[in-house]
Design a protein around this ligand. Structure first.
Ligand SMILES: [Zn+2]
Ligand SMILES: [Zn+2]
Length: 396
């Protein structure tokens, strides 16, 4: 089966992932997976690959996928969101920024507040002096100085020259690159039995149900990824700010593929698509695409309110409730794409009811996520894994 390019181009859930300039690095490897035949999309071209033996196929989510992923014994121990259970109890500290590394520092800070990531770092040791994970642990987490260093981040990407161009880079790109490095250390961890850890922790799946208007056939396409990109909405006439839940809901709104090429009847038509969230991830990582292109790239600076509690029931395939709690965000301050400053707000490791601001070497103990309206990356955790103190109140 060949999937029509035009059809995929109109797929709103993929469109900007392939056109946003800043998302060029580490694009989803299999943005859309057909349940019957595997296709790969490379630089906009569809390459059909023959079906492989069942055992050799890349692991993909299906309608049964959630349960299989979430109940796998090899990763269950990672899910608890509790820093007190970690071998070492790290204090909150900043990272010294020698010049333009706030995009990396903010992501390192955000991920250093994910217990599963810290557990993986604690378990890891290797012989590579440039290993991002070894150095992350040694020069930042375990470092007893007031502020850690970030030189190891640049060092880890020296060979491929990524993030070594002497300019401010995109935090979303850095986040994906860091997750790629974490993924690599997991392969060597015997406890994880070859699991793809980024999928286990952050992996989500969107089920796109397409109806052919000509033959009335139903086609289902799965879209798997780890960082969910949501777009800014048009300015609300009343002037109120949109919430991140509204941005996410827009991703799951019914839409149309114009010129959809039906594999069954081989006819082209405008086909309605119903996207639903098949797998609600353990950790929901949202990237707010604040870019607009109008001859040149511009930043959309409109504020977005972060819901402290977010239930995805009305987006879920089975309408099931999965409640998330806000755990952190990377914020971009500044009105242009190439300049400005990134910093991080995260749930404190010491007191889960408290948020801290981590701005380069500065740490402020009392942050209010309500102020994080210029967020660029937002991190949510399933509420079931978070210690419920009863103190928190839903913001919205
Ligand atoms: Zn290492
Ligand atoms: Zn058809």
């Amino acid at each position: 089966m060949t999937v029509n390019n035009e059809g995929w181009g109109a797929f709103k859930t993929n469109k900007w992932l392939f056109t946003t300039p800043s998302s060029s690095y580490a694009r989803p490897r299999t943005p859309v997976q057909n349940s019957k035949v595997s296709e790969s999309q490379i630089n906009g071209k569809i390459v059909e690959t023959p079906p492989t033996r069942r055992a050799d196929r890349p692991r993909t989510l299906s309608d049964r996928g959630n349960e299989i992923l979430d109940n796998h014994e090899a990763v269950q121990h990672l899910y608890a969101w509790n820093f007190s259970e970690l071998r070492e109890n790290y204090t909150e500290k900043g990272i010294h920024n020698p010049s333009i590394y706030c995009y990396a520092i903010s992501c390192v800070q955000l991920l250093s507040h994910v217990p599963a990531i810290v557990r993986l770092l604690q378990d890891h040791r290797c012989q590579d002096p440039a290993c991002l994970c070894c150095n992350w642990k040694k020069y930042f987490l375990q470092n007893t100085n007031h502020a850690g260093s970030i030189a190891w981040f640049r060092e880890a990407f020296k060979k491929d020259k990524k993030f070594n161009q002497g300019r401010q880079e995109d935090a979303h790109d850095a986040l994906l690159a860091i997750l790629g490095k974490v993924e690599k250390i997991c392969v060597a961890n015997p406890r994880l039995k070859g699991r793809k850890i980024a999928d286990d922790l952050f992996g989500y799946s969107i089920r796109n149900e397409v109806h052919c208007r000509v033959c009335k056939n139903k086609h289902v396409y799965y879209e798997n990824n780890t960082v969910m990109t949501v777009r800014m909405l048009k300015k609300d006439p009343s002037g109120r700010n949109h919430s991140i839940k509204e941005l996410m809901q827009h991703l799951f709104a019914d839409t149309t593929i114009y010129g959809y090429n039906c594999a069954n009847c081989k006819k082209k038509s405008d086909a309605p698509v119903k996207p639903t969230l098949l797998r609600a991830p353990q950790i929901l990582l949202l990237h707010i695409s604040r870019f607009s292109f109008d001859g040149w790239g511009k930043k959309i600076s409109r504020p977005v309110t972060l819901n402290e509690t977010l239930d995805v029931a009305n987006m879920a395939t089975a309408g099931a409730s999965t409640v998330y709690k806000l755990c952190g965000a990377v914020i971009h301050g500044g009105t242009t794409l190439d300049y400005g400053h990134y910093w991080c707000v995260a749930r404190s490791r010491k007191r889960e009811t408290q948020f801290v601001t981590l701005n380069d070497s500065q740490v402020s103990q009392h942050a209010n996520p309500r102020d994080a309206t210029q967020s660029y990356i937002v991190l949510y955790r399933r509420a079931e894994h978070l210690v419920d103190s009863g103190i928190e109140k839903s913001m919205i």
